[in-house]
Design a protein around this ligand. Structure first.
Ligand SMILES: [Zn+2]
Length: 282
């Protein structure tokens, strides 16, 4: 397999983790209830991507307003349901594309920033770099960008851990057990109890055991800050410290932890940040 550390990928970031600044689009008109048109339509498409169930019909109705209010509330804005410059800025951040880049020998921030059509200060603040002049080879930088260069094609070789229907996607959702809106950091793949769970990529087992509401779970470390997570299993077949091959059965599907039925909750993290597995899987 190509070393994961060398892989450059683009991910859709669904979280307010960034200190990066995004143009606020102050020139755009306000969008509010009762309005119609293409601008409303693209707002609704965006809300859909963020996990909100709104009709994409170009009409700013109560559903769209409610979704906007929820986003405003979670961002600490006045929940007036009107999309003005501040709300636009929040939406832009929520949907910003982020590239995980592994620093190579001889790299410097100016060159990296130029390559990704962004700025040194954006990368510095996004990664909270104390000393931007000292980059270490192997270090992972998250690079906020609206335009991913062609060279950043997905060259990742992950495989599906389980075949099955995605019963719940990545992002904001209503929790099936707790019935509250929360952020789902993985994808749920429905499969019968006992179905083999395969390692999505070769790696080392760094966690294997009871993980509370995540049930019986396994975490594989693939190097470069990348980990994959497998939750709600009925049985674990590996131990901490073991190395596993890609495709090796590491556990069996189950319903341990907080679940409504047997499924695999599969997650991918870069450092502490979850990313959308569907952006990574073939
Ligand atoms: Zn889940």
């Amino acid at each position: 397999m190509p070393p994961l550390r060398k892989v450059i990928i683009s991910i859709l970031l669904l979280g307010l983790i960034a200190a990066a600044s995004v143009p606020a689009g102050a020139a755009s008109p306000l969008l509010k209830r009762g309005m119609r048109g293409a601008e409303v339509l693209s707002l609704q498409e965006l809300l859909g991507k963020l996990g909100y169930k709104v009709a994409v019909d170009g009409i700013f109705g109560p559903e769209t307003e409610r979704a906007v209010q929820e986003i405003q509330k979670s961002a600490g804005l006045d929940p007036d349901g009107i999309v003005g410059p501040l709300t636009r800025e929040v939406l832009a951040r929520l949907t910003e594309s982020v590239v995980a880049y592994t620093v190579q020998r001889g790299d410097n921030l100016t060159a990296i920033a130029r390559r990704y059509n962004t700025t040194v200060s954006k990368i510095t603040s996004y990664n909270r770099l104390a000393n931007p002049d000292r980059l270490l080879p192997g270090q992972i930088l998250l690079i906020p960008t609206q335009s991913v260069p062609a060279s950043a094609a997905l060259r990742l070789s992950l495989q599906w851990p389980v075949q099955g229907r995605i019963s719940s996607g990545y992002g904001a959702r209503i929790h099936p057990v707790l019935n509250v809106r929360h952020f789902h950091g993985g994808i749920d793949i429905a499969a019968p109890e006992g179905t083999p769970v395969k390692a999505a990529e070769a790696g080392r087992v760094v966690k294997a055991g009871n993980m509370g509401s995540y049930g019986l779970g396994v975490v594989l470390d693939h190097g470069g800050g990348l980990t994959t997570w497998y939750g709600h299993c009925s049985r674990l077949l590996v131990r901490v410290g073991e190395t596993v091959k890609q495709g090796q059965t590491i556990a069996l599907v189950g319903r341990t932890g907080l679940t409504t039925g047997p499924h695999l909750d599969f997650r991918i993290k870069i450092g502490d940040q979850t990313v959308d597995p569907l952006q990574w899987l073939p």
